[in-house]
Design a protein around this ligand. Structure first.
Ligand SMILES: C[S@@+](CC[C@H](N)C(=O)[O-])C[C@H]1O[C@@H](n2cnc3c(N)ncnc32)[C@H](O)[C@@H]1O
Length: 327
């Protein structure tokens, strides 16, 4: 018997809208989607739980934002375009500061012999040019997908093979195996995303060689940075996606200097930075009310405990208290 389209419609309605084979296929597709979504949720939960236990500097909410853009790092016109152009001023700042501290250098490979840690390296936008200057660079980021993007992009330039390596790690995770290892630590546009800035700085101190350099670029916590950095850049001009920054996490250079100096650093340079959204370019300026860059040097052992894990400090204090009670 030949069936008309009306018959097929009737049969589908009888079967709850879909005939048997279609229902079967729809079920398989729905089950697959559910499995993929559950896998993603499990993975993100797994990392959230891991970060909660291993790192005080990682804020899981911030990680969720970066997860969304993990494949966009090398799109020069995309969400990270301002970081691409920031290289025009931050790379020479790091290079020249390090050269001045060493004195003698190879002009073709000015950072040769130096070991750099790029904390929160994202897709490697800064690690790569620093590697091309001859430094041995370790880029770390808590997000696995950022590191995958960084690895993939690095593979296009064999010259970077021996100079740049990436690891999916928090700073706390590498401290124990990297004490006094690096000539310089770079944390560019990272501090405004971390959970506990002091703990982060303590970790930087521990992995630096004595006399080593810490470079930080970040945003000041001013009305101007709220108006231009959040309202204008995110909500009006869309230079970065809305929600990229949380103004509450911004930090003034005075507060950062206080934290640095109470944790064994001396601040040597503070420069204001200005982004021109029309030309997409960055310039140095004296005013630090928006973006700024700091160079600090590891100089003396911090007065208090140098642990970068507040939980372990707490445990130590409890242990000390119970020991004295026992005596
Ligand atoms: C705005 S991006 C900057 C990326 C890179 N430094 C650059 O300038 O091209 C911030 C990066 O910091 C990472 N991040 C956030 N919190 C961090 C933490 N506590 N420790 C290390 N990296 C962190 C994020 O995953 C993200 O890749």
């Amino acid at each position: 018997m030949e069936r008309t389209s009306r018959d097929w419609l009737f049969i589908r309605r009888q079967n709850g809208g879909l005939d048997g084979s279609l229902r079967g296929r729809a079920f398989v597709v729905a089950a697959l989607w559910a499995a993929v979504a559950a896998g993603r949720r499990t993975r993100s939960w797994r990392y959230t739980v891991k970060w909660m236990h291993t790192s005080h500097s990682v804020d899981p909410k911030e990680m969720q934002k970066f997860q969304m853009w993990a494949h966009k790092w090398w799109d020069e016109e995309g969400v990270y375009s301002a970081l691409h152009t920031m290289n025009n001023i931050r790379v020479p700042f790091i290079r020249d500061t390090l050269i001045n501290r060493v004195g003698d250098h190879d002009t073709g490979s000015p950072l040769a012999g130096m070991t750099l840690l790029d904390v929160g390296c994202g897709g490697g936008l800064l690690s790569e040019p620093l590697g091309r200057l001859g430094a041995v660079v370790t880029g770390i980021d808590p997000l696995e997908d950022n590191i995958k993007t960084a690895e993939l992009h690095k593979s296009f330039d064999p010259a970077l093979d021996k100079l740049v390596q990436y690891k999916t790690n928090t700073l706390e995770e590498i401290v124990a195996g990297s004490a006094e290892t690096f000539t310089a630590v770079v944390a560019s546009e990272v501090v405004e995303h971390v959970g506990d800035v002091e703990s982060f700085i303590k970790c930087c101190y521990q992995v630096l060689k004595p006399g080593g350099s810490l470079f930080i670029t970040t945003l000041n916590k001013t009305m101007m940075s709220y108006a231009l950095g959040i309202v204008m850049a995110e909500r009006i001009m869309g230079i970065v996606p809305a929600g990229t920054h949380d103004w509450e996490k911004f930090i003034s250079p005075e507060e950062l200097e206080r934290l640095l100096e109470s944790n064994g650093f001396v601040m040597e340079t503070l420069n204001g930075m200005l982004y021109n959204p029309l030309s997409g370019s960055w310039h140095w300026m004296e005013n630090t009310s928006l973006n700024y860059a700091i160079h600090a040097v590891k100089i003396v052992p911090p007065k208090e405990s140098s642990s970068c894990d507040p939980a372990s400090e707490q445990r130590q204090k409890q242990a000390e208290a119970s020991t004295s009670n026992a005596l």
